[in-house]
Ligand binder design. Structure first.
Ligand SMILES: NC(=O)C1=CN([C@@H]2O[C@H](COP(=O)(O)OP(=O)(O)OC[C@H]3O[C@@H](n4cnc5c(N)ncnc54)[C@H](OP(=O)(O)O)[C@@H]3O)[C@@H](O)[C@H]2O)C=CC1
Ligand SMILES: O=C(O)C1=N[C@H](C(=O)O)C[C@H](O)C1
Length: 267
């Protein structure tokens, strides 16, 4: 039988945190040993979420949590700033982070990469855990070899804090590796309403839509003479992310480097 993977989860009261707790409870090989919340220090997880099947302690201090519970992995599903602090501390304790929280800066990602690689500690940053979203990004990267005009439209629920989404940024980064940098649209184009043409990433435009009713969706639209080509992915619920979370937790305990994007660990 595989060794049990001891997991600390950050962000247990959140939408993703709650979904992840259910997935961990259903997975024999996984054990939730503690949670990190920004409040509720010293309480039990069941005080926060009465329906949990396996109880554990709530910590607000990540260092104290790692020292007392000696986990294998940190599953980070809180917010960017906290995720960075929790993950840096984790690596220093030899705890392997799987980071789903988005909105980390380029500098923060570089720090994590340096800390993990210098200590040979596996660390996975996954802007999107949904398998379909990974395929959308890969296919967009492939299409960009043939279509250099592209716009990314990401659509999310209105409780999302970061814009553009981590997925949109990752998609743009992947496209950038194959696309010659160039400004799109008319050279004399003028915005009559500020921001109406979207955010600019190396000449590509990114548009962020926020509406109640949405979960997580993205459309990558390419255009050329007489044709357009659209790749779209939709997550209709947060269970769609759990196969990727599971795969990341299973993988991170066997690797000793920093990995940015699930496309790098899926066969
Ligand atoms: N990679 C992927 O596939 C996916 C990534 N995400 C990302 O995951 C993150 C969580 O998303 P979601 O669950 O929808 O968001 P929620 O807002 O529902 O949950 C975030 C939770 O984090 C908590 N939190 C804030 N600060 C801290 C802290 N210092 N320590 C511990 N917990 C803290 C919040 O508490 P409080 O409300 O009290 O502030 C809240 O309970 C976001 O960054 C989102 O972008 C989301 C879906 C998929
Ligand atoms: O906040 C969300 O909901 C999501 N965040 C991630 C992102 O920023 O790309 C992944 C997914 O889109 C859902």
């Amino acid at each position: 039988m595989d060794k049990v993977v001891k997991i600390v989860l950050a962000g247990p009261r959140g939408k993703m945190g709650r979904e992840a707790i259910q997935m961990i409870e259903k997975t024999d090989q996984f054990q939730l040993v503690a949670v990190i919340d920004r409040i509720n220090n010293g309480r039990k997880l069941s005080d926060l979420i009465p329906e949990v099947k396996t109880d554990c302690q709530v910590y607000t201090d990540a260092n104290e949590c790692y020292k007392e519970t000696e986990p294998d992995c940190l599953l980070e599903l809180s917010v960017a700033e906290a995720a960075y602090e929790h993950a840096i501390a984790a690596i220093r304790y030899g705890v392997r982070p799987v980071i789903g929280a988005t909105g980390l800066s380029h500098g923060q990602l570089t720090d994590l990469e340096r800390e993990a690689n210098s200590r040979n500690i596996g660390c996975i940053v996954a802007p999107n855990f949904a398998i379909g979203a990974i395929l959308m990004m890969k296919f967009a990267q492939l299409a960009a070899k043939h279509f250099s005009d592209v716009e990314i439209i990401e659509l999310h629920h209105d409780e999302k804090r970061d814009a553009p989404s981590g997925t949109a940024l990752k998609t743009a980064e992947m496209i950038q590796t194959v696309r010659q940098e160039r400004r799109q649209g008319h050279p004399e184009e003028k915005e009559k309403l500020h921001g109406v043409r979207g955010g600019d990433y190396s000449g590509m435009k990114i548009h962020s839509v926020r509406l109640p009713g949405l979960v997580a969706h993205q459309q990558v639209m390419f255009g050329s003479v007489g044709e357009t080509f659209t790749i779209r992915h939709d997550s209709y619920n947060r269970t769609s992310f759990m196969a990727g979370v599971k795969k990341s937790l299973e993988t991170v305990i066997h690797i000793d480097t920093f990995v940015y994007g699930l496309e790098n660990i899926l066969e």
